[in-house]
Design a protein around this ligand. Structure first.
Ligand code: MTE
Length: 336
C-alpha cells in the first residue's frame, strides 16, 4: 500500500525534521530541561503530554508485576562514548503509530493492558508454543545494555535497556535449521490503540530479521528501560532493540514471533519500500531519498535554536559486531 499522506516521523527534504515541528519540539524539550517552572509556562495547558505523561508512565511501570526484577546488572561489553539521554526525553518523545502518528503518544499508550500478555512462537519451529510474559522473563538471562539508538528521522538517543539477548529467545524457540527469517508482530487491538483504526496502514506492525541477524550478539529484547519495566510508550512488555539499524526496525509490544523461509514483508516496507527497506542498516553516506543521514540530533541536548548534532556512524558505530553479517550479500539495498 502506498500512503502519500504525511507521516509524523517524515522529514522535509530541507532537513531531517520539518523545521516548525522540530523547533516546537525542541522548545518543548529545552523547556523541560530548564525545569518545571519554565516547562509549565511553555507547556501551558498541555499537561497531559510530555513530562507529565512520562511521570505517569514511570508510576505505571512500578505497578508492573515484573518491577521486582529490576534493576539488573549492566553488561559493560557494550559501553558507549556519549552521555545517557535523560529518561524524561526517551519516555515522552516516541514513535508508536498504534497510538497516533505524532510524538506525544505516552498518555494514550497507558491504555495498553500489559497483563495478561502472551507471546506466540510459531512457523518453522520444532514445536509451536505460547508463553506468558512472566514465565518467559523467569527463563531469560536478564542484563542491562547501554546502546545508541538512531531513528531514520535523524534524531538519536543513548539509553539503558534491560532485557535479554534475542539469541536466548531464538534458542528457546528451537527453530528448524531451514528457517531463514524471524518475523515479529505487534499486538492488534484497535479498541485500545486508536491508530489501528487508520485503514491505510497495514496493521499489525510487523518487522523482520534474518536468523543470522537475530542471533547476532547485539540483537536484544528489551523488557526494561532505565532500571524499571519498560514503559508502554516504549513498547511494553517486550520490544526488539537492534542498535545498528534505523529505529523503525525496533518493533514494540510483541505478541508473535514466527520463523519463516520467506523474507517477511515489513510494515514500513509495505507502505513505502523505496524509503524504508527491509535491511535499514545505519549509514551516514547513504541519504534517505528526501534527507541526509550524515548527522543526528541528540534528544534533550543543545538548545531550540542550536540542537546538538553529532556525526552518524556506519552501522551506528556497531560495525565490528555486525559488518560480517553483510559481507556476502550482493545486490541488496543494505542501508535503506
Ligand atoms: N513499533 C510499533 N509497533 N509501532 C510503531 O509505530 N515505531 C518505530 C519503532 N517501533 C513503531 C514501533 C519507530 S519509527 C521508532 S523510531 C521506534 O519504535 C521509536 O522507539 P521509542 O519510542 O522507544 O524511542
Amino acid at each position: 500500500m502506498l500512503v502519500k499522506s504525511k507521516r509524523g516521523w517524515e522529514l522535509s527534504d530541507r532537513d531531517a525534521t520539518p523545521e516548525g515541528l522540530y523547533l516546537t519540539r525542541r522548545r518543548f524539550v529545552t523547556a523541560l530541561a530548564a525545569g518545571p517552572i519554565l516547562a509549565g509556562t511553555l507547556l501551558g495547558g498541555c499537561d497531559d503530554t510530555g513530562a507529565d505523561a512520562g511521570k505517569k508512565a514511570a508510576a505505571a511501570a512500578t505497578d508492573d508485576p515484573s518491577a521486582k526484577l529490576y534493576p539488573v546488572a549492566r553488561n559493560t561489553r557494550y559501553g558507549v562514548d556519549r552521555a545517557l539521554t535523560e529518561e524524561k526525553f526517551a519516555t515522552s518523545y516516541n514513535n508508536f503509530y498504534e497510538f497516533g502518528s505524532h510524538k506525544e503518544i505516552a498518555k494514550a499508550a497507558q491504555a495498553l493492558a500489559i497483563r495478561p500478555w502472551t507471546v506466540k512462537i510459531d512457523g518453522m519451529v520444532e514445536k509451536e508454543r505460547t508463553i506468558a510474559i512472566d514465565d518467559l522473563l523467569r527463563q531469560m538471562p536478564l542484563e542491562e545494555r547501554v546502546y545508541r539508538f538512531r531513528c531514520v528521522e535523524a534524531w538519536a538517543m543513548t539509553v539503558p535497556w534491560s532485557g535479554f539477548p534475542l539469541k536466548a529467545l531464538v534458542d528457546f524457540a528451537r527453530p528448524l535449521s531451514s528457517a531463514k527469517y524471524l518475523r515479529m508482530e505487534t499486538f492488534l487491538d484497535a479498541a485500545v490503540a486508536p491508530g489501528q483504526k487508520a485503514s491505510w496502514y497495514p496493521w499489525p506492525y510487523v518487522e523482520g530479521l534474518t536468523v543470522a541477524e537475530a542471533t547476532n550478539e547485539l540483537a536484544f529484547i528489551a523488557t526494561g528501560l532505565y532500571g524499571k519495566p519498560i514503559a508502554r510508550q516504549n513498547g511494553a512488555p517486550l520490544r526488539l532493540v537492534v542498535p545498528w539499524k534505523y529505529g523503525f526496525k525496533n518493533v514494540k509490544s510483541l505478541v508473535r514471533l514466527s520463523f519463516t523461509a520467506e523474507r517477511p514483508r515489513t510494515f514500513w516496507e509495505a507502505i513505502e519500500a523505496r524509503e524504508y527497506g527491509f535491511w535499514a542498516n545505519v549509514n551516514p553516506q547513504v541519504p534517505h531519498p528526501r534527507w541526509s543521514q550524515a548527522t543526528e540530533k541528540l534528544l534533550g541536548e543543545g538548545s531550540s535554536f542550536e540542537p546538538k548534532k553529532v556525526p552518524t556512524q556506519l552501522y551506528n558505530g556497531y560495525g565490528e559486531y555486525v559488518a560480517p553479517l553483510y559481507a556476502e550479500l550482493k545486490g541488496e539495498r543494505l542501508f535503506m
